[in-house]
Design a protein around this ligand. Structure first.
Ligand SMILES: CC(C)(COP(=O)(O)OP(=O)(O)OC[C@H]1O[C@@H](n2cnc3c(N)ncnc32)[C@H](O)[C@@H]1OP(=O)(O)O)[C@@H](O)C(=O)NCCC(=O)NCCS
Length: 309
């Protein structure tokens, strides 16, 4: 969907969306395509790239807040579709921080020796969850999936440090009120959009700039590095102004920052693996490069990871 499509849908303009968010287009999954369908494609691509066979996967961790069903977890649905009977699958409901949370858990499993090969996927079909009458949110979101295979590597490489933090006091800044056990969806009753994404954008913006910056600094310092050691910065793609503010704080030139929000919008837990994959396929990552990923989402929950490629 382009900004022109939204001009026909709500009272907005290409000019407002571009200058306030940096978004030009987003991808919307076709009718009938589910979150698990998108995840399966991403997982297969990741396994092909990693040269990893189905029977080697021991765990599957999915970051999503838009699962196919309330029960079971999306990981179990993906597991069935991919044929991974030997693996354990479970979901993380960490909104836009889903992939970084999954990566952090996978790192702990691999380092402890519990599992050797783990699929981590960030996937969202946000279009099924977006109120297309609310101009303040509908222009922001898109659908996507991104996955990685996490496995042991040589000492001193791979996932060097991770950081996760949440603060439930911020729940009203980004949430969906109706549809859980507190306020169940009542058929025939107008939920007035409260079953979709509800957001206080300007308050969220301030917390995002502050905490994403802090999270980036934390993993860089924990690894004993400085921002000048970082070859590539991969932030969650929520708003190009947030991304630029973080780059400024880290004194990082924008040429080192991966951003594709213009083409995908905010794809929640998929945004970081999507950007990582694009940067990798474009040849922007060399062996030995230090990469910082920073995520931030509804909860609020935020976090970061520092990798040596
Ligand atoms: C959502 C966001 C783009 C809005 O930008 P903003 O500059 O904060 O804009 P505001 O919400 O203050 O609204 C400014 C005005 O634009 C209007 N507006 C909102 N959406 C609009 C749209 N799509 N088109 C035109 N005008 C719009 C508002 O109604 C408001 O009008 P008013 O001043 O007459 O009341 C921005 O706040 C943001 O990106 N927030 C952070 C999101 C985030 O961090 N997400 C991370 C977790 S996923």
């Amino acid at each position: 969907m382009t900004n022109a499509d939204f001009e026909r849908l709500v009272d907005t303009s290409d000019e407002w969306i571009t200058t306030r968010t940096g978004i030009k287009e987003r991808r919307i999954a076709k009718n009938g395509m589910t979150t698990s369908d998108m995840a399966v494609k991403a997982c297969k691509n990741a396994m092909e790239m990693a040269g990893c066979s189905h029977d080697e996967i021991e765990a599957l961790i999915t970051g999503t807040v838009t699962p196919d069903y309330k029960l079971p977890s999306n990981s179990c649905v993906i597991q069935e579709k991919m044929g991974l009977p030997q693996a354990v699958g479970f979901d993380i409901a960490a909104a836009c921080t889903g992939f970084v949370s999954g990566l952090s858990i996978a790192q702990a499993f691999v380092e402890s020796g519990k599992y050797r090969k783990i699929l981590v996927v960030g996937v969202e079909k946000l279009s099924s969850f977006t109120n297309y009458e609310d101009r303040s949110t509908c222009v922001l979101f898109g659908d996507a999936a991104g996955a990685a295979v996490v496995e042991p590597c040589e000492t001193g490489a791979g996932v060097i440090s991770t950081f996760l933090r949440s603060d439930g006091n911020y729940r009203p800044l980004l949430w969906s009120e109706i549809g859980g056990c507190k306020y169940p969806y009542v058929p025939g009753e107008d939920p007035s959009g409260r079953d979709k994404i509800l957001m206080n954008g300007s308050d969220l913006f301030k917390v995002a700039v502050r905490e994403m910056g802090n999270a980036a600094v934390k993993v860089i310092e924990d690894a004993g590095l400085t921002s000048s050691d970082i070859a590539l910065f991969i932030p969650h793609q929520a708003n190009i102004r947030i991304i630029k503010a973080m780059a400024k704080r880290l004194k990082m030139d924008m040429s080192k920052v991966v951003h594709n929000i213009d083409r995908y919008g905010n794809t929640s837990s998929a945004s970081i693996p999507l950007a990582l994959d694009e940067a990798n396929r474009a040849g922007r990552i060399k062996p030995g490069d230090h990469i910082v990923m920073v995520a931030f989402g509804g909860g609020l929950i935020w976090g970061s990871a520092l990798l040596k490629w």
